[in-house]
Design a protein around this ligand. Structure first.
Ligand code: ZN
Ligand code: ZN
Length: 244
């Protein structure tokens, strides 16, 4: 397996950082986990051609994780992609298709097959990629209920194993409860360091990971903890670095 972070920034754009995107080669296929704004530029920077990507998997629909999708699809159309692209979405696949139509992106015009499917299918297609629902979006429940919105508040973390390596990508998480039985001994543990309370991070640090990558920015609390304590084996995410 090969893994690199293309975007390690948060929902607040800052110069010099990309928004959420992780590129992974698994079983010889190229996966993109999350596709924040500007992911197209990151792929171009790496010299990826139109048929390079095989699958895109979106952890949740916050724009820093998903807003790069329409531009990715448009770029692949203009680059004359021919290979099928499967995009696994966390919720409301048909709504997403309608949103693409709002952008004047129509499947029949693309020149390649675009399959939009539910994220649950990714574990059917690839048993080595396991998805774990987390509670990152549950704070929206009141506004969704009161307004009758259709949002399903689905958000996922990932454990990826290919027989030789184990990679955990938490995406955005308020805690590690949903992952607690699965976060031991990862070769690479890519953990959200902006939403996660420091106590939860300390727990993650004790789980014998080979590399712990603090991703998606750093909260003030975690920054202070790192400044005041000598912690070994913890790295701040560097974009485009090979992690395995
Ligand atoms: Zn985020
Ligand atoms: Zn989020």
């Amino acid at each position: 397996m090969q893994v690199k972070i293309l975007g390690s920034g948060t929902g607040l754009p800052v110069l010099g950082k990309g928004q959420a995107a992780i590129l992974a080669e698994i079983y010889g296929r190229n996966f993109l986990f999350d596709c924040g704004e500007g992911t197209t530029y990151k792929l171009l920077h790496l010299g990826c051609e139109a048929d390079f990507l095989d699958f895109v998997v979106i952890s949740h629909m916050h724009p820093d994780h998903s807003s790069g999708l329409p531009m990715l699809i448009q770029m692949l159309y203009l680059q004359k992609r021919r290979k099928t692209l499967k995009i696994y979405l966390p919720e409301r696949v048909d709504e997403f298709r309608r949103m693409l139509h709002n952008f004047y992106i129509f499947e029949d015009k693309l020149g390649f097959t675009l399959e939009l499917i539910s994220i649950e299918e990714v574990t059917v297609d690839f048993p080595g990629i396991r998805i774990f629902p987390n509670s990152h979006l549950e704070g929206y429940s009141r506004i969704i209920k009161e307004n009758g919105f259709k949002n399903m508040m689905k958000s996922f973390s990932f454990v990826i194993e290919d027989g030789t390596s184990k990679v955990v990508y938490t995406s955005d998480i308020p805690d590690l409860k949903h992952l607690c039985n699965y976060v031991n001994n990862a070769d690479v543990f890519i953990v959200d360091a902006i939403h996660l309370p420091v106590e939860e991070l300390k727990c993650a640090l004790s789980k014998s990971h080979k590399r712990i990558i603090l991703n998606h920015g750093l909260s003030d609390e975690i920054k202070e903890y790192l400044e005041n304590n000598k912690i070994s084996g913890v790295e701040i995410a560097q974009e485009s670095e090979d992690l395995l």
